[in-house]
Design a protein around this ligand. Sequence first.
Ligand SMILES: [Zn+2]
Ligand SMILES: [Zn+2]
Length: 224
Amino acid sequence: MTNFLLLIATVLIGYAFVLVFKPTKQKNLKLLLAFSGAFLLSITVFNFLPEVFTNNNNKTIGLFIMAGILLQIILEFFSKGAEHGHVHLSKNSSAFPWLLFISLSIHSVLEGIPIEAHDNLIYGIIIHKLPVAIILSAFFLASELSRIKILFFLTLFALMTPLGVLLSQETNIFKIYYTEISALVIGIFLHISTIILFETSEGHKFNLTKLIVIVVAITIAYFL
Ligand SMILES: [Zn+2]
Ligand SMILES: [Zn+2]
């Protein structure tokens, strides 16, 4: 139950943050993104990844991880990278962005499935969701989309990961293929978190603040 509320609250906080502060500093958002990427990657590597491997399934699990990476690459053809924190839609469109919405939903439902069984994963997902919610909200508020459409989109976005949690609790198929789905989600996380770290460094310039932010994220995840 706490997990449900935390996940929904994250999106609301992101939306409220944009309404109140109207963030304009791309630089600070980039640091938040870098933190979220390093944190999600660390949680995945420290906690999540070792748990799916048992002695006799290694190669199959590896295959599902690679499939997750591939799936995320395909989803990003449609979402244009919204899962890792930037939006490339035409700003003047007032049509509801269905492709973005569907691919983001598939991503969000999937990442909800392993939450209950992996202790610190919820924190990784929340930290990853917050900048995404901020960036999506800022983009939509600046677009020509009506407030109703924005609210509809963000509400459904907020509910997708909790839906994944619910599916993992209530449906048998997700219980039977739990390890495989977890491996798929690991692939998704490996892809988005490394993309975030890659994209937040402009031209591979040395950036001390960013480096510190990344080290802090890794350290926190390690001691969690
Ligand atoms: Zn991107
Ligand atoms: Zn996600």
